[in-house]
Design a binder for this molecule. Sequence first.
Ligand SMILES: C[S@@+](CC[C@H](N)C(=O)[O-])C[C@H]1O[C@@H](n2cnc3c(N)ncnc32)[C@H](O)[C@@H]1O
Length: 265
Amino acid sequence: MLKRLQKWFQDKSGIGENRDALALLRLRVDALAALQQQHLPELLTLPWLPPGLDGVSTAIHRADAMLRLPLSASGGSWARAATEYFAAGRELAQTLKSVAPEAQDLLDFGCGYGRVGRFLALEYHDAQRWAYDPKAGAVAFQQEHWGVQPWSGQSLDLILAGSVFTHLRPESAQAELLRLTEALKPQGALVATLHDFTGQTTVSKYTEESALPELEGPIDPRDYVTVYFSQKDWAALTPAGYSWSTRPERYGGTQQILVLRRVEA
Ligand SMILES: C[S@@+](CC[C@H](N)C(=O)[O-])C[C@H]1O[C@@H](n2cnc3c(N)ncnc32)[C@H](O)[C@@H]1O
């Protein structure tokens, strides 16, 4: 009886005979998704858009994981995915505007396909807007649709890293923070979003990229992870002479928003 119960439980949880069947099913779903991706037009046609987007570009790239993940997680609810996507982007761009209303040189670091960038184009219409992402196609898309320029080390008075340090291993995060502060003008600010601090830093391999392997331009999964920092470990990554403050707003309702500035002498 115990053996039969154990087998029943293993099959239900996918660690018995069903394990291989589930692995095969996953491969089959991934293959179908890859085939479908190849035939999608570059721009998705959203069947529904939230109100209040006058003047905002609604061009969505087919490989934009920031829309594709909520679409997948909601079982295909365009209304939910589009609402979350545009609201998060708008809110973060508006937070940036209240941190540095006069910024003239700003960088969207880890810009993706422009969840925030399309709103930065409105908020900072006359500023020089730079973009950086290891996905060259993402930068090219933003360049074509709202005129950003690819960043290659120019000095900046405002940097946004929206949900980027949530994905870099601590050693990469430290190197990128140093690189960014070196580009920051003396009165400049870096706005970074992070998961809420946890007791201990944890790194996991599950990301939106691993959930959507069909998207083009994948990043090496060894470099792109999900990280929850402890406050102590995060503080230890901060370049000397800089300190963080926390904004009252949140990114997408789930991430804290931190502002890094040079400490006044
Ligand atoms: C979760 S997405 C966020 C995209 C966008 N910032 C937003 O908030 O919608 C993380 C982005 O970081 C980019 N990225 C990955 N590794 C990076 C690195 N080392 N430096 C800068 N960006 C990176 C990814 O390609 C991806 O576009």
